[in-house]
Design a protein around this ligand. Sequence first.
Ligand code: TSJ
Length: 643
Amino acid sequence: MEEKFEHDYNAEQIQVLEGLEAVRKRPGMYIGSVSVRGLHHLVYEIVDNSVDEALAGYCKNIHVKIEPGNIITVEDDGRGIPVDIHPKTKISAAETVYTVLHAGGKFGGDSGYKVSGGLHGVGSSVVNALSEWTEVTIQRDGGIYQMRFEKGKTVQSLTRIGDSEKTGTTVRFFADGSIFETLQYEYEVLENRLREVAFLTKGLHIVIEDLREETPKKGDFCYEGGLVSFVEYLNKNKEKLHQKPIYIEKEGEFPVEIALQYTTNYSENIYTFVNNVNTIEGGTHLEGFKRALTKAFNDYAKSKNILKEKDGNLLGDDIREGITAVISVKVKDPQFEGQTKTKLGNSEVTGIVQSIVNESLSAFLEENPNIAKGILEKCVSAARAREAARKARELVRRKNALETTTLPGKLADCSSKNPDECEVYIVEGDSAGGSAKQGRDRRFQAILPLWGKMLNVEKSRADKIYGNDKLNPVILAIGAGIGNDFDITKIRYGKVIIMADADVDGAHIRTLLLTFFFRYMRPLIENGNVYLAQPPLYKLSKKGMEDIYCYTDEDLAKAFKELEERGISRDQVGIQRYKGLGEMNPEQLWETTMNPEGRILIKVTMNDAMAADETFSLLMGDDVGPRKKFIEENAKYVRNLDV
Ligand code: TSJ
């Protein structure tokens, strides 16, 4: 018998090692990427465990710290991971959770609460495998227990190190610098995600602290209102159609929670979550919600004679104009589909969400006729505007059919017609446009200069977009239509590159253009066709030395350091700070910003659609205060879109 145990133990150990070795060999498979996004993912994976404990009803507080040196601590006041020894493996439950791939779900599996399981469903053992070291401290059963790992290997098994009356779990880890491209956590990114988690978990108190710099940063989130607070937060700078968000909550076959509120805006903002994972691509839960919303409003409007039989139905698009909604469902075995695996596929979800929303919303409308009337008036005018937009569009179409060349006059097109190799630079200002035209490689680079005040699409209905003299050239140059008619297969350029100054005005025009793409050409962003050019901020020059261009302040510091190592001091080099693209001559512009060999392009992604929209509404909102503050703080915010 003794021998048999030995044997099993070894077999288990070998399997464990192989499991975690696999994670280290192909980290991308488990956390998506080894970029800063993957790094942040480590934190989410650990926090997820504490959130599960909160969902189970045992954890009230989660404390996340970014310590100097980019060490992360996550502490909760839950029951503490079970410490008992497995009779067969002779390893504690806690150590098993931490060393066996996918072991997380096995514990407490019967209790049925374990519905989380992040986007990639990996968990703590993956964090262990990808960390230089990890230290887990558990307070439970009157004791304090600790264990330690290095690169996934146990260096100290679970040991009782003292007494404690408290309970909880603390994980402290330092990510492996040989695996990740960077170990530099971005406080704002973690803060945004933790705020989101707090909104999604009513009553859970989450604190995040960044202790890396002299003045620490801190976020403290606890929302008794849950999703209602979430919607209020999203709408804080918008004018509301009704004072309080509508709230729907029901635990049928699975928990469904929804809050929604209409604003006077024209856009539709619906955020959906499955087990706290942001399903950017939507899916069956969103489908159920949309169907119910359309039906409930149409039925109500008909029954109250606001809409006559002969008028036909209001369309879903009309009913969703100006809506802000957050949908959160908890599903046992979520199937994630779609390009980025953020689309819920479980077909049973549609009908359940649909019937819950239909029932609750119909009741709400009956009980609140004034609110119902206000929303329906807006829907009806949306339907009229849609009709007007359709006519405007047809006018454009007919005109296009007559004219042989429909390209905008200001566009300096490229000679290649192969979209895969073609790029269009949308350039702010005529002078920069001129330099770009002279500096470009005309075989595959087209230039479209924009000037003057750009239309704010957030504040305009679709019928204003068609035929707008600032946006029309952009639409025509890209050549794939807009809105529901947008056809990605028709794009004339594989890369649409926004080139604007690195100042406040540049940030503004970038935001306006991105808002436009986000609202009217979303597949372009989803498909990864939109880029931001990054012109240099500084040029360092010295006689006999090749010019050095620096794109960020960190670049500059690094360049100075490298020069010093070569015995060149700061005051020996000339430093030019570029205020705008216009200050560069065509050759410089080509060399620093447009030449595919060496230029820096930032790809705009949908991954943080929510943060982007937050940015958009903040910037576009009526309230000038936050906008001004935002622009001052974030002249280079756009980089956050990518993380
Ligand atoms: F897994 C981990 F190490 F990454 C981790 C787990 C990290 C952190 C910060 C917290 C946790 C964690 C796990 N917090 N709370 C728990 N709870 C349990 O593991 C637990 C406790 C008791 C019982 C039970 O049935 O008695 C079941 C479970 C799953």
